[in-house]
Design a protein around this ligand. Structure first.
Ligand SMILES: Cc1cc2nc3c(=O)[nH]c(=O)nc-3n(C[C@H](O)[C@H](O)[C@H](O)COP(=O)(O)OP(=O)(O)OC[C@H]3O[C@@H](n4cnc5c(N)ncnc54)[C@H](O)[C@@H]3O)c2cc1C
Length: 502
């Protein structure tokens, strides 16, 4: 497709500027004036700004962006892929962005691209809001917008039907000529304070009663500065980070998780994708290919993170002088094997895709399901290996970088805190990086993230079974067993060539 005249993808500066609007972000008893300068968000905002700048870097531009079928130059994952080659190139573009946070930012702008791109090739699913879908795709792709998403209802009254929790769950209150008025809360809006808009929908696993839950059967996009909407943030790990030396990850990659609250907020009609349609409110997952594509993004980001963790572990055991012990090598082998598995899955997801909506290709759903489960399993397993095989060493570190500046302490630190292969500064730098990745509050949140971001631990497994039943995989597996059982019966082998002497 020939590129049109426009090149309007955001860069770092225009991205930061775009966040200075009327958004209502609350943290620590305070309404934030400007997220780009507030200590709770400013460095994470700059990390995202660097990501935007990368699309304008002459060395990266062609690896990261391409011209879509509308003539829009956008990130390769922000547009649908029509061949396995395009999907693989999109994967490689995801890698470049994931490496910029060493895999520690899960909800960079490419995450929601997994969904938004699908509206560029199959907007008709959202009929009668087809134009809304297509217009959103174009606006989104053109600027490379940053969306967060909230699918989960707050963890209250789980045992009740959705429509019986109207005091809390997001629902439409009334409709007007301008749009729909919505109220309620949703979680967890990861990264939301630094995004342009929130995608709001129901989790694919919820049951919406066709008669009673229509008011809850919504899919819409809310600009972050929507009047009468608020983001209630969790504690910031960025603002409590001691220094770059002490908290090299949390001080710049903290994606704050928030609860979004709508209090009679007006969502203009042009932002509505599904309205009071209990079937389509969850069917869009399957219809859009979102599930397969978000798992490609997530697995790619995780693969980069596992590269990082493999390197981190290898350097730590060298520093401890344990790298030649057999048991320690076994641990490193395990970490590397997790890394190989997840990278391998991303390759398979690109090289062996299936037909998606509107002529695009998406990863096979079985590969996506496997990546979702084993991605989740990899992180606690690796955590455990770090904790087991590094022993107490991540805590053998002075309280902060300032101890190195104290004249009485410095000689002691240099002597007693040296590594087997490095000086004390280098070793402590490494150990503090390890602690920030697995042990700090930021590290703890990462464990919770990897375990839960893709759905609760039961649902992600149930989905594998449902899919295997639906697509005939389970029948194929069972028929293989039937074939084996038909090889013999009470009188011996049913085949001619095997021998049985009674
Ligand atoms: C760090 C972090 C970031 C996140 N970011 C986002 C985000 O950006 N957007 C977003 O939408 N979500 C996000 N989430 C939310 C995440 O998707 C949910 O936490 C996840 O889907 C699990 O849901 P839940 O926490 O409500 O747990 P639940 O669904 O309540 O599950 C917990 C357990 O309760 C039991 N249970 C619950 N309901 C049932 C039931 N109906 N039947 C039987 N058993 C049941 C099961 O044993 C289940 O394992 C994030 C979560 C974390 C931790």
């Amino acid at each position: 497709m020939e590129e049109k005249e426009f090149e309007t993808l955001l860069d770092g500066e225009t991205y930061l500027e775009s966040l200075r609007d009327g958004r209502e972000v609350f943290i620590d008893g305070e309404k934030v004036e400007d997220v780009t300068s507030h200590p709770a968000f400013r460095n994470s905002a700059r990390s995202i700004a660097r990501i935007y700048d990368s699309m304008h870097d002459p060395d990266l531009r062609d690896q990261l962006t391409a011209v879509d079928r509308f003539g829009i130059r956008t990130h390769k994952f922000f547009q649908p892929s029509y061949t396995a080659k395009e999907l693989r190139e999109a994967r490689d573009a995801l890698v470049i962005w994931a490496r910029m946070s060493y895999g520690f930012m899960g909800r960079t702008p490419d995450y929601k691209a997994a969904f938004m791109a699908s509206m560029g090739c199959a907007p008709e699913f959202y009929e009668p809001y087809t134009d809304n879908a297509l217009n959103w795709y174009k606006k989104y792709a053109l600027r490379g917008l940053f969306l967060n998403h909230v699918l989960i209802n707050p963890p209250i009254d789980r045992k009740k039907p959705i429509h019986e929790v109207k005091d809390v769950f997001v629902h439409v209150e009334k409709e007007t000529d301008n749009g729909i008025i919505v109220s309620g809360a949703k979680m967890l809006a990861t990264g939301s304070a630094l995004t342009h808009a929130t995608f709001v929908a129901q989790n694919s696993a919820v049951h919406l009663d066709p008669e009673n839950a229509k008011d809850f059967a919504l899919v819409f996009i809310a600009e972050v500065d929507t009047p009468r909407s608020k983001l209630l943030c969790r504690r910031s790990y960025e603002s409590s980070a001691r220094s770059p030396f002490d908290n090299p990850l949390s001080s710049r990659f903290d994606e704050n998780d928030a609860v979004i609250v709508f209090d009679k907020a007006l969502i203009p009609w042009e932002n509505v994708l599904v309205y009071r349609d209990t079937e389509r409110a969850t069917a869009f997952y399957g219809a859009s290919g979102f599930f397969q594509r978000y798992n490609l993004q997530a697995a790619t980001r995780l693969a980069v993170k596992l590269d990082f963790m493999s390197g981190l572990f290898a350097k730590a055991i060298e520093s401890n002088g344990t790298e030649n012990f057999r048991g320690v090598q076994v641990a490193l082998g395990n970490i590397l094997a997790w890394r190989h598995l997840i990278w391998g899955l991303t390759e398979t997801m690109c090289r062996n895709p299936e037909q998606g909506p509107g002529g695009c290709v998406v990863p096979r759903v079985e590969d996506a399901l496997a990546a979702r489960i084993f991605g989740r399993e990899s992180w606690p397993a690796i955590h455990n290996l770090f904790e087991t095989f590094l022993g107490g060493s991540p805590l053998v570190a002075p309280s902060s970088y300032r101890d190195f500046h104290h004249p009485e302490l410095r000689p002691l630190l240099d002597k007693y805190y040296r590594g087997s292969d490095s000086d004390a500064v280098e070793r402590i730098k490494l150990m503090k990086l390890i602690w920030d990745s697995i042990g700090s509050e930021f590290g703890g949140r990462h464990l919770l993230y990897e375990l839960n971001y893709s759905g609760n631990n039961e649902q992600i497994r149930i989905d594998v079974v449902t899919n295997a039943e639906k697509r005939g995989v389970l029948d194929e597996c069972k028929s293989l067993v039937d074939r084996c059982m038909s090889d013999y019966d009470l009188s011996g082998w049913t085949g001619q060539d095997w021998v049985f002497d009674e």
